[in-house]
Ligand binder design. Structure first.
Ligand SMILES: Nc1ncnc2c1ncn2[C@@H]1O[C@H](COP(=O)(O)OP(=O)(O)OP(=O)(O)O)[C@@H](O)[C@H]1O
Length: 257
């Protein structure tokens, strides 16, 4: 039987002792899967992604197995080791704008270097070569030495993807990766994520606000409402009634809003 890369069981997150952002949620993620997470604002999508690599600490009793290891109870050193293999792509890119696309990409390797070498940017020739190849493969061959602050939104996000890929990730988490992009750039980024999933076998878990994008690119869609999974299935299984259940509103209301 296929083994999941990520297995979440009974994961909860309560903020400030009262806001139940995640309520006993379970989810398995397999290789070669692009999974979209959709749901209204406040449903818990970002919290879910951030609990996976413990950028947010889940509640006690939550179980998160990644690549065969239990993350929820790991110490800091073990967690650092795991985080090396979990790439993250952010809505606002999280790039250092005064540095080049190449330097930002190389930052994805920092987990593999000593603090001193990293601080001095002493990256190996091999890593520099790989960073260049990744930027080439993402259509940024003529932008490698551009400062990231001077790149377009779509180009910035492709640098964000290159930085995630150079980590040698076993999983990529994307928190609203297209929320700040125009439709053409959004399409390009989703196609890149699809290519990564299909050709490199790296599963991507993607938070999205656009149902049409989720339908077009996902192998599986997770619908969340109020910290719970209220739909899980293939795009063709997502009916209008299911969409209303996820968003707590009719399709007409959603289109009008
Ligand atoms: N740091 C925090 N402290 C307290 N409450 C928080 C914190 N972060 C999130 N929440 C609350 O947890 C719930 C889930 O938030 P989360 O950001 O995960 O939702 P989301 O589905 O990603 O929303 P959006 O689509 O608007 O980004 C919300 O009620 C939110 O107000």
């Amino acid at each position: 039987m296929k083994k999941p890369v990520l297995e979440m069981n009974n994961v909860s997150k309560t903020y400030d002792g009262s806001t139940k952002a995640l309520q006993g949620l379970s989810l398995s993620v397999y290789r070669n899967e692009l999974i979209s997470i959709i749901g209204p604002s406040g449903a818990g999508k970002s919290t879910l992604l951030r609990c996976i690599n413990r950028m947010i600490e889940p509640d006690e009793g939550s179980r998160i197995r990644f690549d065969g290891n239990e993350i929820a109870t790991m110490n800091k050193r073990e967690l650092r080791e795991v985080r090396k293999h979990v790439g993250m792509v952010f809505q606002h890119y999280n790039l250092v704008y005064r540095l080049s696309a190449l330097e930002n990409t190389l930052h994805g390797r920092l987990g593999y270097y000593s603090t001193l070498k990293g601080a001095l940017s002493l990256f190996s020739d091999e890593d520099v070569k790989r960073a260049c190849e990744l930027l080439d493969s993402l259509g940024l061959e003529d932008r490698k030495l551009f400062k990231c602050g001077n790149l377009s939104g779509g180009q910035k996000q492709r640098v964000g993807i290159a930085r995630a890929l150079i980590q040698d990730p076993k999983l990529i988490l994307c928190d609203e990766p297209i929320a700040s992009l125009d439709p053409q750039s959004s399409k390009n980024i989703m196609e890149q994520l699809k290519r990564i999933t299909r050709d490199m076998g790296i599963p991507c878990l993607v938070n999205l606000h656009q149902v049409d994008v989720a339908l077009a690119y996902s192998d599986r869609i997770i619908g969340m409402n109020n910290g719970e999974i209220v739909f899980e299935g293939r795009p063709e299984q997502l009916t209008e009634a299911q969409i209303s259940k996820i968003y707590g509103a009719s399709i007409d209301e959603l289109i009008a809003s």
